[in-house]
Design a protein around this ligand. Structure first.
Ligand SMILES: [Ca+2]
Length: 664
């Protein structure tokens, strides 16, 4: 008897649009459950992320009833995992364990079942996870067959399960079969059954596991046409039934109980092959493509080399996209602050509030917004907004437990983004700022707690490997942060600035911080001094950030000093980036003392006031070009303002320019 295990995964990102989830319920989640219910003898293993289960509970409780009914008849086993579908290697160990336990507990409370499997989000594996899963009470997980091949196992060794170990803690490893992922539900049924027949004679009592996204049954592009996926599935189940004399389906924990592991195995840090390629920079990705093409040419019908040629791993996304790294390191920081507070003896009321903060933190750990592959992911503004919303909500609770009153200001200097240089983190009762002295002394985060919203949730335009086929794509040379100090040429146009094609006259963007002065008293500020050149003239730039604990405002006072012995005329242009949910503006504004930016969706008005009228004001928005579900999208990422101040500086003299931002 050969054995067939099916593990189907269903997930929607935290705070995804309700209409999107509704559509997935109608086209996929409900029809899937209804279809399999007609075949109670065919066993399934189902994983629903906690975010989706919470959404069902709130909006479509009938789906939970259908799941419960299938458990009742013994047809399905539920698989656990991190509650909000986090990439586990990106989390502190304690958060991973608590998220896994949270889902096991939810399933126990909701359905009265125990959980022994843990779904591995995006199959992002690192060896230490064996211990993490084991500590969280998980007995087995599912990787791709690719993982085992990276460990050196030949295809014929993949029809069974293995054990791995970390620090004497064991975890059973099943591998999802690639051939099945390509044939189910896309190819004629015969192909899948031919494959079963091919392997069953050789691997007698072994098993093959199909583990994949449930959305392929009706929600993926093309799979809902004329009820395609549902019909495909129903016919597939009929065939499984009629072939049950030699092919048996199982709940995974039943299979484990009756079959021994194939042996012990150690798997390197890996995910599915494509993710390794996506995680590389476009340049490295092109190199890998070249190597693979060459090998393919040399070994036309033989892909054995593929097991030993691979891309990067998930953590590379945190290097490729500094904006993803910012969310990730903020998440780690919030987690640490929470744990420090939890360690202190607190009242029950406070403990309960910290539990709320923990749930917000866990929601923010949902993986979708932290990376980018075949779907929009990081490129989708609303997914990043959700991460920030939940992180800021957690911080708001943490801050209100740690600080009393309405006038406090907390300025700390630490390596926020883990790049080896320190940033300033400024917190007030209303706002959170991150200022990066080594990134042009710019503001990289401005979070408004009341909303909660980070109005610097921008994303810069970056080269992607799939851009090769497209023309005229613009890339940014820096992150789209707030107060980047440019010196522009005389005849610069809006087009030059918006397409990032102009000759920078100064080098202050990259100048390092010489010294800084911090005042956290009643008039809090941070002053940063840098030196650089504009043309051949040496200049000193003082930049003072002034904070207002009782309103959502930030002022910056610049002082630019000509250190050379000749007079100097410059077009000083501090670049201002903010995120407004949606914006289509691209225009040169009439010179004015102030401008207003408006985000009607969030109900925000941001006033920008200048102490001196700029000669020009360029205003445009940044849009990225990215792939999403097999099409190319242009997505809004930032609203940008370049005021241009003409400053005539006599030798040894300085001038000041001030800019106030107020959010209402
Ligand atoms: Ca740093």
């Amino acid at each position: 008897m050969f054995n067939f295990l099916m593990a189907i995964h269903f997930h929607q990102p935290v705070d995804n649009f309700g209409f999107v989830v509704e559509k997935a319920c109608d086209r996929c989640y409900e029809p899937f459950l209804d279809t399999i219910a007609d075949f109670p003898d065919i066993k399934f293993n189902l994983h629903y992320s906690g975010s989706l289960l919470e959404w069902f509970k709130e909006n479509r409780p009938g789906i939970l009833d259908k799941i419960a009914a299938l458990i009742e008849t013994g047809q399905i086993e539920l698989i656990g995992g991190g509650f909000y579908e986090p990439i586990l290697p990106g989390l502190p160990e304690r958060d991973s364990i608590e998220q896994i336990r949270m889902l096991s507990e939810f399933l126990r409370n909701e359905f009265g079942v125990g959980v022994s499997g843990g779904w591995l989000a995006e199959r992002v594996w690192e060896p230490h996870l064996a211990e993490v899963f084991a500590k969280a009470g998980i007995d087995y997980t599912i990787v791709d067959d690719t993982h085992l091949r990276y460990a050196g196992l030949a295809q014929e060794k993949l029809y069974g399960y293995y054990v791995t170990e970390e620090n004497r803690r064991l975890l059973k490893i099943f591998a999802s079969d690639k051939s099945l992922r390509y044939t189910i539900p896309f190819r004629p049924h015969k192909e899948t059954f031919d494959y079963f027949r091919r392997i069953k004679d050789k691997h007698k009592t072994g098993c093959v596991l199909y583990g994949d996204d449930g959305e392929k049954f009706g929600e993926w592009p093309g799979t809902n046409k004329n009820g395609y996926a549902r019909k495909w599935l129903a016919h597939f189940l009929k065939l499984l039934r009629s072939n049950s004399s030699w092919l048996k389906t199982h709940k995974i924990s039943d299979y484990i109980e009756n079959h021994k592991p194939q042996g012990r195995i150690y798997i390197p840090a890996a995910s599915y092959k494509e993710m390794g390629e996506w995680a590389l920079s476009a340049e490295a990705g092109e190199k890998l493509e070249g190597v693979l093409a060459k090998l393919k040419k040399q070994h036309a019908s033989d892909d054995r080399y593929a097991d030993f040629v691979r891309g990067g791993f998930w953590r590379n996304f945190l290097v490729k996209y500094p904006e993803s790294n910012h969310m990730h390191k903020k998440m780690l920081l919030v987690s640490r602050q929470l744990r420090q507070l939890q360690a202190k003896k607190q009242t029950t009321v406070v403990d309960r509030r910290l539990d709320d903060a923990r749930r917000e933190l866990f929601r923010a750990q949902c993986n979708c917004a932290y990376w980018h592959g075949l779907f929009g992911g990081l490129y989708l503004y609303h997914l990043r907004t959700a991460v920030y919303k939940h992180l800021i909500a957690a911080e708001r609770i943490i801050d209100s437990v740690s600080h009393k009153g309405k006038k406090w200001v907390d300025i700390t200097s630490s390596d926020f983004d883990c790049d080896g240089a320190k940033e300033f983190i400024v917190k007030t009762p209303r706002d959170i700022f991150v200022i990066d002295p080594s990134e042009g002394a710019s503001v990289t985060e401005w979070s408004i707690k009341e909303k909660p919203l980070n109005i610097l949730n921008t994303l810069s335009r970056k080269k992607e490997i799939y851009h090769k086929k497209l023309k005229a794509i613009v890339y940014d040379s820096h992150r789209r942060s707030l107060f980047l100090d440019h010196f522009l040429p005389d005849k610069v146009t809006l087009k030059d600035v918006s397409s990032n094609r102009y000759k920078e006259q100064g080098d202050l963007i990259n100048a390092s911080c010489l010294k800084s002065d911090v005042n956290s008293g009643t008039r809090p500020y941070i002053e940063i001094e840098r030196r650089g050149f504009v043309g051949s003239a040496s200049v000193r730039l003082l930049k003072r950030f002034i904070f207002f604990p009782q309103k959502d405002s930030l002022s910056v006072m610049y002082n630019i000093e000509n250190l050379s012995s000749q007079s100097l005329s410059v077009n000083f242009s501090p670049e201002l980036n903010l995120s407004l949910t949606k914006d289509d503006t691209e225009e040169e504004l009439r010179p004015a003392d102030s401008i207003l930016l408006h985000d009607p969706i969030e109900g925000l008005k941001i006033t920008v006031r200048f102490s001196k009228r700029p000669k020009k004001i360029f205003r445009f928005c940044v849009k990225t070009v990215s792939q999403s579900e097999r099409k190319i999208e242009r997505n809004y990422q930032a609203s940008t303002v370049f005021p241009v101040f003409r400053l005539d500086l006599a030798a040894g003299k300085s001038k000041s320019v001030g800019i106030d931002l107020e959010v209402k």
